[in-house]
Ligand binder design. Structure first.
Ligand code: ADP
Length: 261
């Protein structure tokens, strides 16, 4: 039947993907999507075959960040073809919807169906890594994604120095533990401010919170990415930061995180 066939397509697809990494955060605005994109780019720069899937069904930001909002995926023989961004294979609900309002009316079962389709019916091809950008929290989307990916999928949790004490991060960690995911670690984003004039890093919110939190929860700490105003411009312009400002402190931090993951 239909469900069985879907399962088969899903398994066939997932078998060809070596590592699956779910990028999560306790709450919105901590730079999860930015981190997911630049992480994927950093991995691709190491000659890995990388896919990036945006399952943030209510606010898909990937098309904008890549300057690809007008593009639409084509159908290939093996399914929906991911779009190409400088070698990165990307897919987002934003590429498929007629309007932004369309996603707003999706309820739980529809969301699950959409995520299932992204994993089963997109022709990802063989990949070293699939990075999946989840909406914040531990709701429907990360749950569907984690369940469909199966035990052992990786989880990277993004937080900021202000939030590390909050229960949000702990919720993400216990979510990942309950679903028997492999917790790759915590990234502290917006950690310190890089002066655009002298490149000096100022710690606005103290230092080491993310690391202490990771230690307390017994999970790896992957590194800190400083606040860099150019990251905002890159996000809005469709020219990803890692490529535009490859020699910045923040880009080096992102590459470090990619190597640790
Ligand atoms: P989330 O996915 O967690 O909601 P985003 O990745 O959309 O967060 O980031 C929220 C905003 O913060 C965006 O405008 C983004 O460009 C900006 N941003 C993210 N990380 C940094 C950083 N390290 N330095 C400066 N701005 C950042």
């Amino acid at each position: 039947d239909e469900q069985f066939q879907m399962r088969q397509r899903l398994n066939r697809n997932l078998c060809r993907i070596e590592h699956k990494i779910l990028v999560m955060s306790g709450k919105g605005g901590v730079g999860k999507s930015t981190t997911a994109l630049n992480l994927a780019l950093a991995l691709a720069a190491e000659d890995k075959a990388v896919g990036l899937l945006d399952v943030d069904l209510h606010g898909p930001s990937l098309p904008t960040m890549l300057g690809m909002s007008d593009q639409r995926p084509q159908m290939g023989e093996e399914g929906i073809l991911p779009l190409d961004f400088q070698g990165l294979r990307v897919m987002s609900i934003g590429f498929l919807l007629e309007s932004r309002d369309q996603a707003m009316i999706m309820r739980g079962p529809m969301k699950h169906g959409a995520i299932q389709q992204f994993l089963a019916d997109v022709a990802w091809g063989p990949l070293d890594v699939l990075v999946i950008d989840c909406p914040p929290g531990t709701g429907d989307e990360p749950l569907s994604a984690a369940q469909l990916l199966g035990e052992g999928a990786g989880a990277v949790i993004v937080t900021t120095p202000q939030d590390v004490a909050l229960v949000d991060v702990e919720k993400s960690v216990s979510f990942a533990r309950q679903l028997k995911m492999n917790i790759i670690g915590v990234i502290e984003n917006m950690a310190g401010f890089v002066c655009p004039h002298c490149n000096e890093v100022t710690d606005l919110f103290g230092r080491g919170g993310g690391e202490r939190l990771a230690g307390r929860m017994d999970i790896p700490f992957l590194g800190r990415i400083p606040l860099d105003p150019r990251l905002v411009q890159s996000g809005d312009s469709g020219r990803p930061f890692l490529l535009e400002h490859a020699d910045s402190i923040a880009a080096e931090a992102l590459r470090h995180v990619a190597r640790s993951a």
